[in-house]
Design a protein around this ligand. Structure first.
Ligand SMILES: NC(=O)c1ccc[n+]([C@@H]2O[C@H](COP(=O)([O-])OP(=O)(O)OC[C@H]3O[C@@H](n4cnc5c(N)ncnc54)[C@H](OP(=O)(O)O)[C@@H]3O)[C@@H](O)[C@H]2O)c1
Length: 313
């Protein structure tokens, strides 16, 4: 198959590209960085220099036909940096452009597209969210409000043909998780408030495997939660990561102080509480987890991060 990956040089993408190439696909990867073109080539894929917000500038470099498009682009957000109202509005516009332009390409090529989402649900006590739950847009996740409507409209009209993969927090060697690793390495990671809220996790390799399965099975018009089997509190995840990195003393910081420092937008995400079911993805996509628990996934990831820089660093 001829597959275009938009955002293929990020965390999930760097695990996805070698798998797609290994499966004998012709893989085209959009990147804004000239340096990454050579790295993409080394993987056996084709790099296309361009910005998804400026399609006119790179459309001449796209192949004549495409069988599938995968969107994995994410705006550049520096964790822990307070976001102004203006910046948040810009990020919303940027996210909208990512979805709108990628979906337009899917219509132009009459190719199905896999779109991203996040497990931004609010569950309480023993509740477990599945794909029928409404996504709760609070804090920084508000930048995706319009994209929910775009995805739902496409599903209703079947134009373009859409599959949505709704990822938990993606961890692996790269992206935002690299930032968390570096914070921990410098002894700057802290447990925020009680840290008793759960956020779903997914190893980047398992996220990539879910994309491969979605391409194979092509369940058009469906949404799938892509998270592992093991709910864990923020506190337990952070303590486990600290143990793996031999960081003995993990400080605590009251929630209200962190909210003052980083602002409401990041704080709301950190404090989100959510448990999810991945049953639909396992059943319909035949998706099997390499890392059903964060414990195995983190052990492999921390070892990898100590030994290697991210592929596209
Ligand atoms: N990370 C998470 O915890 C998480 C959770 C839920 C959902 N998601 C979603 O899952 C997807 C993958 O996340 P990730 O963590 O792998 O992302 P990531 O590591 O931040 O990668 C971002 C990617 O977006 C590309 N990109 C950014 N702006 C672009 C533009 N204007 N034009 C073309 N490409 C652009 C970057 O490519 P270049 O810099 O090479 O141009 C890079 O490959 C994203 O859509 C994200 O919203 C992520």
């Amino acid at each position: 198959m001829k597959i275009l990956v938009i955002g293929g040089t990020g965390l999930a993408g760097s695990y996805l590209l070698p798998k797609l190439v290994k499966n004998d696909n012709e893989v085209f990867v959009l990147t804004r960085s000239e340096n990454k073109i050579e790295r993409i080539k080394k993987l056996g894929a084709y790099g296309i220099l361009g910005d998804i917000r400026k399609v006119k500038e790179f459309e001449k470099d796209l192949p004549g036909e495409l069988d599938f498009i995968v969107l994995l682009a994410m705006p550049n957000v520096k964790p822990g940096h307070r976001i102004t109202k203006k910046r948040k509005a810009e990020l919303r516009e940027e996210t909208n452009d990512f979805f709108r332009n990628s979906m337009d390409l899917a219509i132009l090529y009459n190719a199905p597209i896999i779109l991203p989402g996040g497990t931004s649900y609010k569950t309480e006590k023993d509740e477990i969210a599945d794909e029928t739950w409404t996504v709760l847009r609070i804090g920084l996740t508000e930048i995706g409000i319009d994209t929910d409507e775009m995805v739902n409209n496409a599903i209703k009209t079947n134009n373009p043909k859409v599959i949505q993969l709704i990822y938990g927090k993606i961890y692996g060697n790269g992206g935002l998780f690299r930032f968390m690793f570096e914070m921990m390495d410098k002894g700057r990671s802290k447990i925020i408030g009680k840290g008793d809220n759960c956020i779903p996790n997914i190893h980047a390799s398992d996220a990539a495997n879910a994309i491969i399965k979605a391409i194979e099975k092509m369940p058009i018009g469906e949404k799938f939660i892509i998270a592992d089997d093991t709910p864990v509190t923020q506190k337990d995840f952070t303590i486990y990561m600290a143990e793996l990195m031999n960081k003995k003393r993990l400080g605590k910081i009251p929630g209200f102080i962190i909210k003052l420092i980083i602002g409401k937008d990041f704080y709301e995400i950190i404090r989100m509480n959510c448990k999810v079911s991945n049953e639909k993805a396992k059943r319909i996509l035949d998706w099997e987890l390499e890392y059903p628990s964060y414990k195995d996934g983190l052990t492999a990831t921390i070892k990898d991060m100590k030994e290697h820089k991210p592929y596209f660093a």
